[in-house]
Write a protein that binds this ligand. Structure first.
Ligand SMILES: [Zn+2]
Length: 436
């Protein structure tokens, strides 16, 4: 009897050990994070996407993901890679600006400007490197900056004239990333593609060319899966595919009257700094003593909401930002904020309220640590960061996400099949050894 009890205790301990998810004893798998800029959550629903469909069977899918306010490329990508709200990481626009000096730097030129990205919050690359991992950024926003003097181990930056939709180059980039994993033992690579954002802006989300680029993305995912196999990474590499925001059709005359803000206030007289001709989101610094006048005038304009920074809704997670100017404007879905005349020629745009379904984006993941055939409820993109730390088995930096939201995507949570079969096997052994 004593012997049986001892055996039972040993077996119980073994069952517990097997069931422990991604413990330090488990081999650390590698992680590839891919972002397809501007991939709206439902872009795969009106076009044939066999490879994306297969991913749902072979991995996990979230019904959709909610990006942070601001639904723009740099702010949202930086929330994903830091797990911080925009008010904390302070990348508050695609353009770099200084509202005192009136400096404005276009998006692509910001990508190597550390003073725009490095605001005391450490992105995943740096936190992982500080814990002994090797990381790389392939065009991912923020990857080209230095953080507290540290650079990402390897960072490729998009050239100013980079062509975003070259399918051959997309495949070459995958081949390069695979060799980084298999030949150079990188642990984390973030890979960025500028589509379908460009097509969405230029032609609108309903244009046939948007469907074509989604099919190109789908073929690229098929290519990726083949490349993973060729490099023998199937049971070593986890892959997350996501994006930064959605896209909506811009409303134009004669359907609507476009917003021209100078109709409601004299911008030159009342404001010392502005970024207004940039989709659905605008910022403005009133001249001294003019804040209330600017606020009142903009409050009279239709199809937009004006906020004093101090009165921004808590849910925006923007009010604490030091960089944001005192006045923030958000246009209604599909309206663009034009300052003096219609300068913005886009057919599609983003930057609108993150509660709008058109701003929601995608999430797919597969690999050895992810469940199969699992569809999760929607979640905020801020929760992807603790998931990535868990996958890489590193201590996260302080962040605003919660692993409890995304942990259910992984094996070892909610009773995986591996855990059950181990328990079953050990119970049988117990029976054999203890049977009289
Ligand atoms: Zn974007």
């Amino acid at each position: 009897m004593k012997m049986r009890l001892e055996l039972f205790l040993v077996v119980s301990a073994l069952i517990c050990a097997t069931g422990k998810p991604l413990s330090k004893a488990t081999a650390r798998n590698k992680l590839l994070l891919i972002s397809f800029d501007g991939f709206r959550w439902d872009y795969d629903q009106d076009v044939d996407t066999p490879n994306l469909d297969q991913l749902v069977k072979d991995g996990v899918k979230a019904k959709y993901v909610t990006p942070p306010m601001l639904t723009m490329t740099s702010p949202s990508h930086f929330t994903t890679i830091t797990g911080r709200w925009v008010e904390d990481h302070e990348v508050v626009h695609n353009m770099m600006f200084n509202s005192t000096t009136n400096l404005k730097v276009p998006h692509k030129q910001t990508l190597s400007r550390s003073e725009w990205w490095n605001n005391g919050v450490l992105p995943l690359w740096i936190t992982a490197q500080n814990q002994g991992l090797k990381t790389a950024s392939f065009y991912y926003p923020g990857g080209g900056a230095n953080y507290s003097g540290q650079a990402v181990n390897r960072a490729l930056l998009e050239k100013f004239d980079h062509v975003d939709d070259n399918e051959t180059e997309w495949r070459e980039n995958i081949d390069k990333v695979m060799s980084w994993f298999s030949d150079e033992d990188f642990h984390l690579v973030t890979l960025y593609y500028g589509e379908p954002d460009n097509v969405g802006h230029a032609k609108g989300p309903d244009h046939p060319d948007r469907k074509k680029i989604i099919q190109q993305i789908d073929r690229t995912i098929g290519y990726l899966r083949g490349a993973i196999s060729r490099h023998h990474l199937n049971d070593k590499l986890n892959v997350i595919i996501t994006s930064d925001h959605g896209m909506t059709t811009v409303k134009k005359r004669p359907l609507v009257d476009e917003i021209i803000l100078n109709k409601y206030l004299n911008l030159l007289k009342l404001a010392s700094f502005e970024i207004l001709d940039y989709g659905g989101f605008g910022i403005l610094t009133p001249r001294p003593g003019k804040e209330q006048e600017v606020y009142d005038a903009l409050s009279n304009a239709p199809n937009l909401t004006v906020y004093k920074k101090s009165e921004l809704p808590e849910s925006f997670r923007l009010a604490k930002s030091e960089r944001l100017p005192p006045i923030v404007i958000v246009a209604d879905l599909g309206f663009n904020l034009n300052s003096r005349f219609i300068v913005y020629v886009n057919r599609g745009d983003h930057g609108y309220h993150n509660g709008e379904m058109d701003m929601k984006t995608i999430f797919r993941a597969f690999g050895p640590d992810f469940k199969k055939n699992f569809v999760s409820e929607p979640f905020d993109s801020v929760h992807v960061y603790p998931l990535m730390c868990k996958l890489l088995q590193i201590e996260p930096a302080p962040h605003n996400g919660s692993l409890s939201v995304t942990e259910e995507l992984l094996h070892g949570t909610g009773g995986s099949t591996a855990r059950l079969s181990a328990a079953l096997l050990l119970s049988m052994l117990l029976f054999v050894f203890t049977a009289p």
